[in-house]
Design a protein around this ligand. Structure first.
Ligand code: 13P
Length: 236
């Protein structure tokens, strides 16, 4: 069971270091824990969590090892910092920054090639779900990844229905389970659930047979709520 906190564009280096120092002493149960701070806070997080089992991952990575790509960060740079992995293809990147299935695959391939673990995000929008297109969307998104990457143990998928992200509208455990089973039928890797995971719904989501953990946004920014989610998921 893996619980990853996606901090999105929150917590600069000072706050990140403070949070991670407190995380060292928190009761996180028995789950694997990863935090994903913004780029500028990665070094502070790595330093604060040195010598612990808690991993630090980035929120994105470029597909080239270096080059003229203003504003992008390469996998070897993350490795040099001591970063363990990265998120790729988050819906906010797909929606607001032009990420496509093709660029998602390129980023995953490069990350894995350079020794980073990857949390690759997929999920349908509200309009797609209402139009009955959830399965087709997941088949397209996960299929592109399955077809485009080499066999690896360094990949997990995060199923994050876009309508559940930051909305307080969590997928029911049944909806999550159905989607996770579909994802796993296309690509047999662990599948995390993301979308309004909170201390009071983490346990029932984590109890589903094909839910292998959670990618937590808003509720990962507060130490007590993040630690509670980790402990709740530890019970399942
Ligand atoms: P929330 O937990 O804030 O809904 O965000 C989910 C998410 O996007 C994690 O990557």
């Amino acid at each position: 069971m893996l619980i990853a906190g996606n901090w999105k564009m929150f917590k600069g280096p000072g706050e990140a270091g403070e949070f991670c120092r407190a995380l060292r002493d928190a009761d996180l149960g028995t789950v694997d824990v990863v935090v994903c701070p913004p780029y500028v806070s990665l070094a502070a997080a790595v330093q604060a969590l040195a010598g612990t089992e808690i991993g630090v991952a980035a929120q994105n990575v470029h597909w080239k090892a270096d080059g003229a790509f203003t504003g992008e960060i390469a996998a070897p740079m993350l490795r040099e910092l001591g970063v363990y992995g990265t998120i790729v293809g988050h819906s906010e990147r797909r929606q607001f920054f032009g990420e496509t299935d093709e660029t998602v695959v390129k980023r995953i391939v490069a990350a894995i090639e350079h020794g980073l673990h990857v949390i690759a995000c997929v999920g349908e929008t509200e309009a797609e779900r209402e139009a009955g297109e959830t399965e087709a969307v997941l088949r397209r998104q996960v299929g592109a990844i399955a077809d485009g990457i080499p066999e690896t143990d360094d990949l997990v998928i995060a199923y994050e229905p876009v309508w559940a992200i930051g909305t307080g509208k969590t997928a029911t455990p049944e909806i999550a389970q159905e989607a996770h089973a579909l994802v796993r039928s296309i690509l047999d890797v662990p599948v995390l659930y993301g979308g309004s995971v909170k201390p009071d719904n983490a346990a029932e989501l984590a109890a589903q047979p094909d839910v292998d953990g959670a990618l937590v946004g808003g509720a990962s920014l507060d130490l007590e709520s993040f630690a509670t989610i980790c402990r709740q998921a530890s019970h399942s």
